[in-house]
Ligand binder design. Structure first.
Ligand code: EPZ
Length: 430
């Protein structure tokens, strides 16, 4: 089990290059199943979840070539299996993104119901209801979702999600691309990753309008074809490194990012005393303002509001802010697993239901802590970077799921952090 050893108290200074967005690359890789022609994706982040997604495509019969580490050329012209097995889905719930494409192209799909995870039960009932609205027959058999299009092809329909769901919107957008007739998705997710997927699908010949708004219209087509696409930068990795600069009282130049993709995060951090300057359209210069960090409340909500994936990282920063802040989590029912670990390092946080009250600034000292999920592990690294002394973070395989070579990136700007057992993922990408 990999561990990180962090010696905190050092301001980070230098340049960070942001990698491709994990949560865009995952649906975009799934979308390659919609055509027998070759789809080339650039800027795919070298992280564990994408290695898993690539394995899923190969298990289904697709050919995946990587002429460069972060370029995937996928040809799904020989898909013989229409099933995403439990072994894969249990390690990565985003495998459910294979459902829509398999159902749309082959009229059938069998995907293991993803289990819950640390942050919540994470059902996919809304995905399944939407597929039924498109005419699919969906049944559950011993833990597997089995979906079939009765006469081989889905039918366009008007549907509304009762809750905003990011992968639900993505799954249905992919399925509707090959359906007969027009589909209208209301209460659609508006995340930048949904827009990036729509851009890829339209390059493949789909006819999608309105991605990025809460109403998406898709005119189904007979077939989709080849395309080449570059995955957008990771807005959550960007936000994480902005916090890293502020929490260590350093100064970072963050390159290859898209500031408007994380405008709610930038706005909130500026309010909280972080100086964020756009020195060109894809570069931010970040440091703590002279006035210091101020406690500011935050509530997580679907885009274009403050993202749940930045909640733990923001909480780490608030432990160092002057005053009391209230962090409210409205998306997932159990996304405060990092609180107990931060308290071990001296943070003053009190949880009541879906709100956490943070009193700062708290003196943080290094301790042994355990990561529970991807973003919680990132928040523990941030807290450790600000703490006096040594922190040993266990189970950092969580962080390898979504942050490309994070140890190398942090060391390159002066962090004293080392991985105690070399992970193939990081070593290979170095
Ligand atoms: C996506 O997960 C992201 N993952 C998550 O990022 C992110 O936290 C989440 O969106 C919210 O922004 C990927 O894109 C691969 P949802 P997703 O469906 O699509 C409930 C990370 O750290 N819901 O938008 O699974 C659900 O339980 C990960 O990178 C249903 O009830 O999230 C949650 O409470 C973590 N039924 C809420 O909706 C459903 O059928 C939002 O979930 C679907 C969702």
């Amino acid at each position: 089990m990999d561990k990180f050893l962090v010696r905190g108290g050092r301001p980070l200074k230098g340049k960070i290059e942001i990698s491709g967005a994990k949560n865009s690359a995952l649906p975009c890789l799934a979308a390659t199943l919609l055509t027998a022609e070759t789809v080339t994706l650039h800027n795919v982040p070298y992280v564990r979840d994408l290695i898993t997604q690539r394995r899923l495509l190969e298990d289904l019969g697709a050919t995946v070539l990587t002429p460069e580490l972060r370029t995937h050329k996928v040809t799904a012209n020989n898909v013989q299996i229409f099933e995403a097995p439990y072994e894969l889905v249990k390690t990565m719930r985003a495998s459910v993104l294979a459902l829509g494409p398999l159902l749309a192209r082959f009229g059938q799909a069998k995907v293991s119901l993803p289990g819950g995870c640390a942050i919540g039960t994470r059902p996919i009932d809304l995905h399944l209801k939407a597929f039924e609205a498109l005419g699919a027959v969906v049944s559950l058999e011993s833990g597997d979702v089995i979906a079939r299009a009765p006469d081989g092809r889905l039918k366009g329909a008007e549907l509304a999600f009762e809750k905003v769901t990011v992968t639900g919107t993505e799954n249905v957008m992919m399925a509707a691309s090959l359906a007969e007739g027009t589909t209208i998705i209301r209460n659609a997710a508006m995340e930048p990753e949904v827009v990036d997927l729509a851009d890829l699908l339209n390059k493949m010949g789909a006819r999608i309008r309105g991605a990025g708004t809460d109403t998406i219209e898709i005119d189904g087509v007979e077939t989709l074809g080849a395309a080449e696409h570059t995955i957008i930068p990771d807005r959550i990795e960007t936000g994480t490194f902005i916090v890293a600069a502020a929490i260590t009282n350093g100064e970072l130049e963050i390159k290859n990012c898209v500031p408007e993709h994380l405008s709610p995060v930038i706005e909130k951090l500026r309010e909280a005393g972080v100086e964020i300057e756009e020195i060109n359209p894809s570069t931010l210069l970040v440091k703590r303002s002279a006035g210091g960090l101020k406690a500011k409340d935050v509530t997580t909500e679907p885009h274009p509001n403050f993202p749940t994936d930045m909640q733990a990282q923001y909480m780490a920063l608030m432990t160092q802010a002057d005053g009391t802040s209230v962090v409210t989590e409205t998306i997932f029912e159990n996304r405060f697993m990092h609180v107990g670990e931060m308290q071990r390092m001296g943070a003053d946080i009190h949880v009541a239901g879906n709100t956490a009250t943070v009193k700062g600034p708290a003196k943080l000292t290094g301790a042994k802590v355990i990561a529970s999920d991807l973003r919680a592990s990132a928040s523990l690294v941030l807290t450790a970077l600000a703490a006096e002394g040594e922190t040993l973070i266990d189970r950092v395989y969580h962080i390898d799921r979504g942050y490309e070579t994070i140890v190398r990136k942090l060391r390159s700007v002066g962090a004293d952090i080392e991985r105690l057992s070399d992970s193939a993922v990081e070593a290979e990408a170095a």
